[in-house]
Design a protein around this ligand. Structure first.
Ligand SMILES: [Zn+2]
Length: 259
């Protein structure tokens, strides 16, 4: 049973997994009973998390068996829950691009949020549009989430400036991307076009660049201010281990200043 469960979690594509998650929610607490790791999103503890990733980027003990969160989801959740106005401020207008499925129901249930999801194609999103030209008015949103998108788009500066435009002054955004911290500058070569080459150079077959340390300068070019949420100063080494966060992940908060 445990083997089959693990097999399914590793082999099935994530969207299908999430559709089956009601089933997983019944069996996971029994199969992975324990206290070694805990997920701040579902607030449950387990003996361990599951492994996740492709053969190139396989990671052990990272996927919550209950709600399928990964390291980056748990870090973002901790920031939202304990270090931002996201769950407390009344009437926050939120745009969630390419919404992470582990968050949608929880965010929708928040009475203080005016919550809108959007995606190029995903049937679960409220709106469908191309980020290069957002069909929405200026200065509408207090908060924008757009994670793991900029490494796929043709013109990231254009997309970032569109997001900047639809945000209110004083608003903030989380726009995480896979980032190679061993590189100073973002790697993008027009000669890299095959899926095999893209996977080799950019880590995934549908990525069109590999962002590096200079990622925030892209956002700054369109007007954002960069802030870093230093989770190491808020959480102990034990907590970081127990939540299974990636200890070198950098969580950026991009702000649109009022002035
Ligand atoms: Zn969880």
């Amino acid at each position: 049973m445990k083997k089959l469960y693990k097999y399914l979690l590793n082999k099935l594509p994530r969207p299908i997994l999430i559709r089956l998650s009601y089933l997983f929610r019944l069996v996971a607490p029994v199969l992975y009973k324990g206290e070694a790791v805990s997920c701040p999103v579902c607030e449950k503890s387990f003996s361990k998390f599951l492994s996740y990733g492709s053969q190139v980027a396989h990671r052990e003990n990272v996927l919550c068996p209950y709600d399928l969160t990964l390291e980056r989801h748990r870090l973002m959740w901790l920031y939202l829950k304990n270090h931002s106005n996201f769950f407390t401020q009344e009437n926050l207008s939120v745009l969630h691009m390419a919404p992470e499925q582990c968050f949608i129901d929880r965010f929708k249930a928040q009475k203080n949020l005016n919550y809108l999801t959007a995606d190029l194609v995903s049937p679960i999103a409220d709106l469908h549009f191309d980020l290069h030209q957002i069909p929405l008015e200026d200065q509408r949103f207090d908060v924008v989430f757009c994670n793991h998108v900029m490494e796929h788009v043709q013109d990231p500066i254009q997309c970032m400036s569109e997001l900047f435009r639809v945000m209110k002054p004083g608003g903030w955004a989380i726009m995480q991307v896979p980032q190679d911290f061993s590189r100073e500058t973002t790697y993008e070569d027009p000669a890299i076009i095959t899926e095999a080459d893209r996977e080799k150079h950019y880590w995934q077959k549908d990525h069109v660049r590999l962002f590096a340390k200079d990622y925030p300068t892209y956002l700054e070019k369109v007007g954002f201010e960069t802030h870093i949420f230093d989770f190491h100063s808020h959480y102990s080494t034990e907590e970081i281990k127990r939540f299974r966060l990636m200890k070198d992940e950098v969580l950026y908060i991009f702000k649109k200043s009022i002035a």
